[in-house]
Ligand binder design. Structure first.
Ligand code: PEP
Ligand code: CO
Length: 455
């Protein structure tokens, strides 16, 4: 594929053209000069990913769009500066590798592994301010903008945090590349990805059984004379990064022209997505991502209409390049069966070659009596079932799943096979934003998704 096969090269687009469009969900930066100085400094930093890698991801997603692959898109709701550690990155990667193995081994469908990681910092908020005990402060918008602590100074947006975010993303990506290319992700290590607190659970044991079967298959190949050392696919995995492209100054600064093709790539991650709150057709986020050549995604909540979907496809992928655009449905378990079919119909009728994926998390969040924001594992699975059902009825390939998870033994979502009960939420509720699946629940979901995909 040529790097410039997609949509860029519009004469009226530039990395900064979003600035003349209304941009939703931007922080109220107190000092515009300091903001621009930081953006200039970011412009001088090296790219985090290369154009060719992003273009390869587009090719892999094109396979998904055509029904020959599945997208596993998973990671944190919001990465944190404080909880940044090699162990946390490793454990998150372990869970994603486990989920991918479960999906591939159970279904024989190749799985594209895409992390919400190495740059997933900025958060859209339903309200610009937060009120506690009569005190009103700016909402927390992610560590790349302000500090979580409920204090006036902490909540002031600070552009220098964008540089810290960039450096943390670089270090995270560096470790991910080492893990995925340096032997840790080899199929011979499939047992070692089972985290201690997972291995004793029903799904941990189910995973162990599957890992033994993989060992036997690999040993069988060796006994047949296949030289396994020569098979790169057994020793390395392709792992891609992504985040919501929310802070447009940050994304603009990391957008670079590919020297081979002349096309613009946002080199802050392989794939960027537009959130449900920033997908306005005439808004700055759509304008910005319309001109970069990366694969992109758009989240679609219950307010999305069939016309919105068609218009977004036309605007973001006028060249109808397969793999360029992923649409992520996040309707909620009770709504997906009614809300999604007209949208599936819209992409079919307009012949837009999109990947359809399901985020079964964001439409199922509620505030528990204890005050914690949570999600029920059963609702998450119910939305996934609804997604697979309506895709099948519409003759659309159910192309992927998008989930928020962590490798830590947290108690943020209710349910799962070793149930997190109502009273458990306060035990290990660590997220800075949305409730995440713990590693057991994530593995449980992977087994469930594999069953649905196999059907
Ligand atoms: C998210 O993915 O964390 C998020 C805010 O999603 P959405 O835009 O779908 O609400
Ligand atoms: Co979230």
């Amino acid at each position: 594929m040529s790097l410039a096969a997609g949509t860029a090269h519009r004469s009226d687009w530039s990395p900064g053209s979003w600035r003349s469009f209304p941009a939703a969900q931007q922080p109220d930066w107190p000092d515009p000069d300091a903001l621009e100085a930081t953006i200039d400094e970011l412009r001088r930093q090296p790219p985090l990913v290369f154009a060719g890698e992003a273009a390869t991801l587009t090719e892999m997603l094109a396979e998904v769009a055509e029904g020959r692959g599945f997208l596993l898109h998973a990671g944190d709701c919001a990465e944190s500066f404080d909880a940044f550690s090699a162990d946390a990155i490793r454990d998150k990667l372990k869970v994603i590798l486990q989920m991918a193995v479960v999906l591939v081994y159970s279904t024989s469908v190749p799985t594209v592994k895409l992390g919400r990681i190495a740059g997933q910092f900025a958060k859209p908020r339903s309200s610009p301010t937060e009120m506690r005990d009569g005190v009103e402060l700016p909402s927390f918008r992610g560590d790349i903008v302000n500090d979580f602590a409920f204090e006036a100074a902490a909540r002031q947006p600070d552009p220098s945090r964008m540089l810290q975010g960039y450096h943390q993303a670089a270090a995270t990506l560096n470790l991910l590349r080492a893990f995925t290319k340096g032997g840790f992700a080899a199929l011979s290590k499939v047992h070692s990805w089972n985290l201690e607190f997972v291995s004793s659970s029903p799904e941990g044991r189910r995973y162990e059984d599957l890992a033994h079967e993989i060992d036997r298959a690999v040993n069988f190949m060796a006994a047949c004379g296949i030289v396994l050392d020569d098979e790169l696919q057994l020793h390395q995995v392709d792992f891609y990064t992504s985040h919501e492209a929310l802070l447009l100054g940050y994304e603009e600064a990391l957008t670079r022209r590919d020297s081979l093709s002349g096309a613009w790539f946002d080199c802050s991650a392989h794939l960027l997505w537009i959130g449900d709150r920033t997908r306005q057709l005439d808004g700055a986020h759509v304008e910005f991502l319309s001109g970069v050549e990366n694969p992109i995604a758009v989240k679609l909540g219950p307010s999305a209409s069939a016309d919105d979907v068609t218009a977004l496809c036309e605007r973001l992928n006028p060249g109808r390049q397969p793999g360029r655009l992923t649409l992520v449905s996040r309707m909620g378990a009770s709504r997906v069966r009614e809300q999604l079919p007209p949208l599936l119909q819209a992409t079919r009728a307009s012949r837009h070659p999109v990947v359809w994926a399901c985020d079964p998390m964001h439409g199922n969040t509620f505030v528990h009596d204890s005050g914690f924001k949570t999600r029920r594992f059963d609702d998450i699975m119910e939305e996934l079932r609804g997604f697979f059902d309506v895709c099948r009825q519409a003759d659309v390939w159910p192309g992927g799943v998008h989930v928020e998870l962590t490798g830590d033994n947290v108690t943020e979502c209710l349910g799962g096979s070793l149930e997190v009960l109502d009273g458990d939420l306060e035990r290990r509720y660590e997220t800075m934003c949305d409730p995440r699946l713990n590693a057991r629940q994530a593995l449980d979901l992977a087994f469930g998704a594999a069953e649905l995909l196999k059907d």
